[in-house]
Design a protein around this ligand. Structure first.
Ligand code: NAP
Ligand code: SF4
Length: 669
């Protein structure tokens, strides 16, 4: 008897059956653009083998002007079709099904040829779009339909027409972006004409027995977006026009509400999808922040949707469904919704991968094969670098002993998990614990491994991490001065007025910790209030008329840095704005370009532009970065010593680099 009866139930579509209710949602991986089709196929085949009920590819452009960026991948020629056949064949060989997403970016296209219903530039692209004329609109519809026909020719089981997230079709639907006065603009009937026409033409192009999903924006979260009644009207028209399945889109990319970041509550928007249930006759999919089989099962059991879409969790673990089926959900590598190796990479033009699973997108290059000759390996330090290295080495057949002087595994992750909005780190540490056991790593906690204890091993991996940097501010031995370690471990009293020295990831985390009481991430109504989201039945687009209403901050915090640049500029591309916005909602003051002069009873004395200033405060928290802790590496004598993680390079250390380095080292040990 499975624990996930609703999730593992097949979905009958008439002409075909999906083997379960789990859709691998579309993600742009930047793999197609590299032209190594074997690598692309290996990526999708691994997810098919891992049991996804239906895979949706990253968005493929229907034409040059609709590509997300110049040169974006699409099915433009016979050669392209042949390339995609490599993917579909491999997925089918693994018993999977795969649909191609057709993504026309409209005014979100990052190129000078972009087109849109009206010539209104988007806030997230520097390129003003050209307003389409009647012939231009007909061309876009025809190109989307042709892309669908080519997808069928390439062996896909279906297509997903991207109609949400503020892309081209979505842009026609709302007056925010559509100011036309012809038959494609004005009344709602006119504004929805384009998506409906596209759906009709796509269906006509592909015939009956082919899956066509329409991804529909259920809550726009931008000014002048759709009402819920309009969403229902569109959904019914899209069904009548021939769609087999409706997928959920939440928020436009330009929305100032986080929709997928780690601080968004799990399944935080499933209630929006639920509002559509019973109003259409075709299956409805819900999405966003669904990252465990338990959450998926609960949503389906509660009737929020007929199917769930998980995207990033399939980067973290291609075997998500297979492990759930086997009753080993504890071994599913959790997506912590950090965006650091997936979306942030996409925006940097790098291949999307995963912080937790560096093999994602690198399946053909980073291979974990059995070791030719098993050896005795000591790993010192059970933070993310040491854990990943130990687990991977043990999976390869080495006899691995993992030492840590602490009584628990996790290293710096144990501090991250204390921060409101970073609850997902709990699951990551739990997963590491399950994997240590499963891989057969010998764990020696509460043990300070010295050079003597390590002498009998064939190889030693030093992953001893970091120490907080000493910023050497005069007066920092004052009792009001604390380190971030004291604060996040809860070992110290913090006053009401606080100066935070250093505005890196940890300065932001500490500020969040200091101003927040109960984490809104585990209290959905509170989170929705904090970000100004309401029922789209009550307010157009789901934006609360009175805006964000955060809880009062617990403390007055001033966050400081020496660099004369925007505070938080170096945080993650797709999440930095959320951290900044969250702190601003809580009244945190941010000061850049400061010099620290001294700390005394009055507070922290700084100068800015040569002028003295006093940050009157009860507590100063030092978050001035870290330095490598690598004394052990110098002390160990042996044939083979490796240094990884923060012990190797402390600057800009994060769990992504630590885990990647640990896995890659272990793959070659
Ligand atoms: P960091 O990102 O390197 O930031 C250190 C901060 O300290 C900077 O703001 C720096 O700014 C300041 N600083 C450096 N030397 C100083 C000195 N001598 N005196 C005073 N201030 C000094 O390090 P972190 O904040 O400790 O974070 C460590 C890593 O953990 C980060 O790189 C990050 O990748 C990861 N992390 C990430 C997140 C996330 O949300 N993605 C969260 C937490 C941690 P100035 O030099 O301009 O003063
Ligand atoms: Fe999830 Fe982070 Fe991995 Fe992206 S990088 S898939 S958000 S864990």
């Amino acid at each position: 008897m499975t624990s996930y009866p609703h999730m593992l139930r097949p979905l009958e579509l008439g002409f075909t059956t999906l083997k379960n209710r789990v859709l691998m949602g579309s993600m742009h991986t930047n793999l197609e653009e590299r032209g190594d089709w074997n690598r692309v196929a290996a990526f999708y085949a691994a997810r098919a083998r891992g049991g996804a009920g239906l895979i949706v590819t990253g968005g493929m452009a229907p034409n040059a002007e609709g590509g997300v960026f110049p040169g974006a991948s699409g099915l433009f020629s016979e050669e392209d079709i042949a390339h995609h056949r490599v993917i579909t064949d491999r997925v089918h060989d693994e018993g999977g099904k795969i649909a191609m997403q057709i993504l026309h970016a409209g005014r979100y296209a990052y190129g000078p040829d972009c087109v849109a219903p009206s010539a209104i530039k988007s806030p997230i692209s520097p390129f003003p779009p050209t307003e389409l004329d009647e012939a231009g609109i007909e061309k876009q519809i025809a190109d989307i339909a042709t892309a669908a026909a080519r997808a069928r020719e390439a062996g896909y089981d279906g297509v997903e027409v991207m109609g949400s997230e503020g892309y081209f079709l979505n842009q026609f639907l709302v007056t925010h972006t559509n100011r036309r006065e012809d038959r494609w603009g004005g009344s709602y009937e006119n504004r929805m004409r384009l998506p409906v026409e596209v759906m009709k033409r796509v269906r006509a192009a592909v015939g009956k027995d082919f899956i066509v999903i329409f991804r529909l924006s259920m809550i726009d979260l931008v000014p002048n977006g759709s009402t819920h009644d309009e969403v229902v009207q569109l959904a019914q028209a899209i069904e009548a026009a021939g769609a087999n399945i409706l997928n959920t889109g939440i928020g436009w990319h330009e929305a100032r509400v986080p929709t997928i970041a780690t601080s968004v509550p799990r399944a935080g928007f499933a209630w929006v999808t639920k509002k559509l249930m019973g109003k259409v006759g075709i299956p409805v999919i819900t999405s966003n922040r669904i990252n465990t089989p338990e959450v998926a099962e609960q949503l389906l059991a509660e009737g929020c949707a007929d199917m769930v879409s998980l995207a990033r969790p399939f980067l973290a673990d291609p075997d998500f469904v297979a492990k759930a089926e086997a009753g080993r959900a504890d071994l599913i590598a959790p997506c912590i919704a950090c965006n650091q190796a997936c979306l942030d990479h996409t925006f940097q033009g790098k291949v999307s991968s995963c912080l937790v699973n560096p093999r994602a997108g690198h399946e053909t290059e980073l291979v974990i094969a059995p070791a030719e000759s098993p050896r005795r390996i000591a790993v010192v330090g059970a933070g993310p670098a040491g854990l990943s290295c130990a687990i991977t080495a043990a999976q390869r057949g080495h006899a691995v002993t993992l030492f840590d002087q602490a009584d628990e595994i996790g290293g710096q992750l144990n501090m991250a998990r204390k921060v409101p909005g970073k609850e997902e780190f709990d699951g990551l540490v739990d997963w590491f614990a399950a994997m240590v056991k499963e891989a057969g790593v010998t764990l020696q906690l509460g043990t300070r491994a010295d050079a003597g204890a390590l002498s009998g091993f064939d190889a030693v991996v030093v992953a001893t991490g970091v120490l907080p940097r000493d910023p050497q501010i005069p007066g920092q031995d004052h009792p009001k001065v604390l380190s971030y370690v004291d604060v996040l471990r809860g070992d110290a009293e913090v006053g009401r007025r606080v100066a935070v020295v250093g505005a890196g990831g940890i300065g932001f985390d500490v500020s969040e910790f200091l101003v927040t009481g109960k984490s809104p991430t585990v209290d959905l109504p509170e989170w929705l209030r904090e970000w100004g989201v309401t029922d789209p039945d009550k307010a157009r687009s789901g934006l609360a008329p009175d805006g964000p209403q955060p809880e009062a901050p617990l403390r007055e915090v001033v966050l400081l840095q020496r660099k004369a640049e925007k505070v938080g500029k170096r945080l993650g591309k797709t999440t930095g704005w959320i951290h900044r916005a969250a702190l601003m909602l809580k009244g945190v003051q941010m000061k850049a370009g400061v010099n620290y002069e001294r700390i005394d009873d009055a507070g922290l004395h700084i100068t800015r532009d040569g002028k003295p200033e006093l940050i009157a405060c009860d507590t100063v928290v030092l978050c001035a970065g870290q330095e490598s802790l690598r004394a052990l590496a110098d002390a160990v004598e042996g044939p083979e010593v490796h240094v990884i993680g923060g012990a190797d390079v402390a600057a800009e250390l994060d769990a992504k680099r630590a885990i990647d380095q640990g896995v890659r080292l272990a793959a070659g040990l």
